[in-house]
Each structure stands twice: as C-alpha cells, then as structure tokens.
Design a protein around this ligand. Structure first.
Ligand SMILES: Cc1ncc(C[n+]2csc(CCOP(=O)(O)OP(=O)(O)O)c2C)c(N)n1
Length: 572
C-alpha cells in the first residue's frame, strides 16, 4: 500500500522511513553534517510524528557497540550516525567487530557538503574542505556488506530498504550509508512510499538433502565424533537444534575458548568444556559449527584421516583472506535448519548402543571437569590480591534466568554455567577492544527487564570510552553493573610474548615492556562521577557482599554500578 505524507526535507523522509521500517534507535555522535537531521527531529517531534529514538553517545566506540549490543539481543538492525570521515574513523573498530560477529547495523555518516556555495546546506565552515575524502566509504568497505552515498531524494526508499535488507540478510553484518548535507537539507513537500516495504529480505536457506544425508552418514558411522562451536548461538534457535544433534550422536560439544554466544547448556552432560585440542587426536569425525578457527594448526591438528564437516551460514568465512581448515563436507545455509536436518537423518542411522556408551563416557568427563573447575575456584577463594577465577565464580553465583552477561576478556567461563540461549555474549572474533561497555548498554536498551552484568579487563574498560559510556547509562536510564577485573596490566599482551618465545630475552631478563597499566586510577570514581554506585574491592571474602550491594544499586535504585576488583597482577 502506498503511503503519502507531508514533509519538509529529505532528512524528514529519511527519519519517517527508518521509523516505518522498525528502526527504533538512532545512536548518534553529531557534527555540522547533522543540521538537517536535527531540524527534522525538531519538526517531527513538535508534530508528534514517529521517529527512531535519538540516543546521544559522546564517543563513536560505544555508539557502534550499543547498536551491536542491541542487535545481538534482538537480531534487528538499528541505525548509527557519526560525523563525516573523522567520526567514521573512530567508529571503524566497532564496524569491524560487527562484521566479524555477523551483527547487522545500519552504519551511517554525514558527508561534508558537496558544494562550495549556492545551495541550502553548502559549505559554511572551515572544516568542510578538509573533511572530504576521495572515497569516504573506502575506509570501511572491506568490512561492510554494502555501501552507498545517498544521491537524491527520489531514491531514498530504495536506498533505505536495500540497506536494511542487505544488513539483515544471512549472514548479517553492517552496511554503510553516507549522507551528504545538501541532499538531506533539500526541500520537499510530500513523500510517498510503500508500506510495508516491497523489499523483504530472503528467508533462511538449508543445504540440499543429498548433502545432509552424506554428512549424517559420516557422523552416524563415526566411532568418536566431536562437535566444536564458537557462535552457533548467534541464532538462539540453533541451540536446541545443536542439543538434539549432540544427543542423537552421543557426541560432546566443545566451546571454542573465544566463543561469543551461549551455544550449549552448561549443565548438559554433553557440554565438554573449552579444550577441544585435547581430544582432536581421538576424533574420527569433527563437526565444526560456526567456528572460524576451531583449532590452531601451529599447536595441534586432528589426524589427517579425520573427516571434517563444517556448518555455518558462510562456511568459507569469505571475508577472511586465509583460512585453511579442511572441510570434507561443507554445509551452508542456516545452521538451525542444517542441525535439525542432521539430527533427523542421523537418528535413523545411529547405533543406539554405541550412542548410549559414548554418552556415558562424556557424562563422566563432564562431571570431572565441573568438579575440577569448582575446586580451582575454591582453592583460590582466599587469595589476595583476588584471583580472576574467584571473581568469575562469585559473579556466576549471582547469575539467574533474568541476567544477561557481556564479557570483554576476563570472565572465566569455566566458572559460569549458562542454560538459556541469548544470555551470554562476548567480544567479536576480531576483538577490537572497547566493545564491552557499549555492548552492555545496548543490550540493556534491548532488554530493559533483564539485569545486565558487564565484565571487562581494566584494559578493555579504558578502550570503551568509560566517561562516555557512564554518561550514556545515566542520561538514557540504562543501569548496568560493570565489573572490572583489574590486574593493572594487559595480560594478553604479556602472555603472547612468553608463549611465543618461552625462554627468550623478555622471560630471562624480566624486562617486559608495553604491558603494564600501573599506576591504576580509582576506576570506581569514574562511575560515581556519573551518579553511579562505585566500590573498590580488595578482600576476596567481601566480594560476594560487594556484588550484592552493586546489584542492589542496579536493580532497586535503578542506577549503574561499578566494582573495581583488584586482581593478581601478572609478573614478568
Ligand atoms: C583496539 C585494540 N587495540 C589493541 C588490542 C590488543 N590487545 C588485545 S588484548 C589486550 C589487553 C586487554 O587488557 P585487559 O582488558 O586488561 O585484559 P587482560 O589482558 O589483562 O586480561 C590488548 C591491548 C586489541 N585487541 N584491540
């Protein structure tokens, strides 16, 4: 059905269309390029017309991360708008994260005015010359599924609908739209568009039945099949399908250490922990589900005769220049549908006695692991400075079905046990630091009734533009509990030196540079400065009560909280 409305500018038509297409939020970090957008907000606000809610985010890193966090919870793309080339450059790390995590975002930036005079919106500030680049989208092009510059009013419906369909079609990802000021400012009186959109994105695809049969036969005939996954849970409905398949085969499911979604219930007897490498040699068939790097060939590989089946929305990880993992059977399409089909076909082929026998063995291994993990936390529970395993255990003890956890680095997932899909989210495989704070705020916006716990290293916290993030929390009423695992160091950097060269110069001399974060600020005061609850925690025995106090602030007082937990510092 065609809808016709009165408008005043292209910017107004753009906002009308975003709202009509279900974009609820515009995460924005503004500049002079925003003048027509801000004008249109004022006009439509005065007249009570529909708008994506404007969310000011005073740094681009949390702005993009908020859109990422919102979309990873809802699976719906929201809009981000930043200021021309400079804002886009600040945002780029977040765009890379969204691309590698397959999260849809309508990323946009103003474009400096095209004309030097004569048109409404023409250049009128000194910055308007230097802020032009030859190819504004070029800096992001490798990491977006589509980019375009809005050229005129007539194409706006096509451009917005194409942007949203491209971003949300499987596998999803960010798209990039640049918006020149004069085009946005152009005067118009009416706007007509189709409602609902005439450009619906494609539905989910499934592999051909013959490929499913081949894979099911391979899996059902295996003596020791194992499953490795990193991001199956990006689609919450892929989780029950994975459970069904694992049960059908009696096969263990290993989470990649960098898993960024809840993929498999933590208390399920076939949840086999995080170390598939230890079992690669025994496996005769490996099913890799949405895992970009299921093992590290430099350290350990499966036996050459082991058959590998890869299941993913984009099983070749086509954005990666080099990726050499074998795939004897490659199943594209929606993992949810592939896994269901494999479970169904596999059920007809398996030997139930062999399945029961394998399940018994893995169940024993599951219990052994859980006991070992619990014992480890207990063993360090009184250590001072605090051990990160103890912090993780204390947080895990306070996670209920109403809790969502965002983890950028230091929460030790051996201490946690998530049962429901969509309750745990970690950094993108690209790991551009600074994602956690914004992602947690975006997730809270998407799920206001949930309790959000955001776990970050002190390094990750600094990268997340904390003053901006805490400002957003207060300004937009998004109470989140932030827990800093404060080891006064970039341990990841330190570890990389000693794991690459075990007894090299750095290890022998103890002269390890570029990894320390001392002297550490009183991070809790940064949160307090934006009206939040802040506490520095040094006593391991006090940690459970400190968490209760912080959760009280978040849940009852409805304000953000930050625990600055002083952890063991890695030594050279
Ligand atoms: C934007 C960006 N810059 C640098 C890095 C490299 N890097 C990876 S981990 C890390 C340190 C993280 O420190 P912290 O959050 O304190 O966790 P820790 O390593 O101490 O456990 C750095 C600097 C990165 N991943 N992203």
């Amino acid at each position: 059905m065609a809808k016709r409305i009165a408008i005043e500018s292209t910017a107004e038509a753009y906002l009308e269309l975003l709202a009509a297409r279900g974009v609820e939020y515009l995460f924005a970090n503004a500049g002079t390029d925003f003048a027509p957008i801000i004008e249109a907000y004022a006009k439509r606000g005065a007249q009570g017309q529909a708008l994506p809610r404007p969310i000011t985010v005073p740094h681009e890193v949390p702005a993009v991360a908020m859109a990422h966090g919102y979309a990873m919870v809802t699976r719906r793309a929201q809009a981000v708008m930043v200021h021309v080339i400079v804002g886009a450059a600040n945002a780029l790390g977040g765009v890379i994260n969204a691309a590698r995590a397959q999260v849809p975002i309508l990323f946009s930036a103003g474009r400096t005015p095209l004309s030097e005079g004569g048109v409404l919106g023409s250049r009128d500030r000194h910055i308007h010359w230097a802020q032009e680049s030859y190819d504004q989208a070029g800096m992001a092009r490798e990491f977006v599924k589509w980019d375009y510059e809005l050229r005129n009013f007539a194409q706006i419906e096509t451009v917005v609908d194409r942007a949203l369909a491209m971003a949300q079609a499987e596998p999803p990802g960010p798209v990039y739209l640049t918006l020149p000021r004069e085009v946005l400012a152009e005067r118009h009186e009416t706007f007509e568009y189709a409602e609902p959109s005439r450009l619906q994105r494609p539905g989910l695809l499934r592999p051909a039945p013959a490929d499913i049969d081949d894979a099911a036969q391979l899996l059902a005939g295996a003596r020791n099949p194992i499953i490795i996954t990193k991001a199956a849970g990006r689609d919450p409905l892929a989780v029950p399908a994975l459970v069904k398949l694992a049960e059908t085969l009696g096969a263990p499911v290993f989470q990649d250490p960098g898993h960024n979604y809840m993929n498999f219930p933590g208390n399920h007897p076939l949840h086999a922990g995080y170390d598939a490498a230890a079992h690669l040699e025994e496996a005769d068939v490996i099913l890799v589900v949405e895992a970009d790097a299921p093992w590290y060939p430099h350290i350990k590989s499966p036996r050459p005769e082991t058959r590998v089946i890869q299941v993913a929305s984009d099983p070749l990880f086509s954005g990666y220049p080099i990726r050499g993992f074998p795939s004897d059977l490659t199943l594209g399409g929606a993992p949810r549908l592939t896994l269901e089909a494999l479970a169904e076909a596999g059920a007809r082929l398996v030997d139930p006695r062999a399945v029961a026998e394998r399940r018994r063995l893995w169940e024993t291994e599951h219990k052994r692991l859980r006991q070992a993990w619990a014992a480890r936390a207990k063993a360090v529970s009184t250590d001072s400075p605090i051990d990160m395993a103890w912090v993780s255990r204390c947080i895990a003890d306070r996670i209920d079905e109403q809790t969502l956890v965002v983890n950028e680095y230091d929460l030790d997932t051996t201490q946690t046990s998530f049962q429901s899909p969509g309750t745990y989210f970690a950094a993108s495989p690209s790991s551009g630091l600074g994602w956690g704070l914004g992602a947690a705020l975006g997730a809270k916006l998407a799920a206001p009734d949930k309790t959000l716990i955001c776990c970050v290293g002190d390094g990750a916290y600094i990268f997340g533009s904390p003053t901006a993030a805490h400002w957003v929390s207060r300004a937009h009423d998004l109470p989140v509990l932030f827990v800093i695992f404060n080891n006064r160091a970039w341990n990841a950097v330190k570890r990389s030196v000693t794991s690459m060269v075990k007894d090299g110069w750095a290890a022998r001399t103890g002269n390890l540079v570029l990894y320390e974060l001392d002297p550490a600020p009183e991070y809790q005061m940064v949160c307090e400065a934006s009206g939040g609850y802040g506490e520095r925690v040094e006593d391991p025995a006090e940690l459970p009560r400190a968490l209760e106090r912080a959760l009280h602030a978040v849940k009852v007082e409805k304000r953000q909280a930050l625990l600055n937990v002083i952890c063991k510092k890695p030594t050279p």
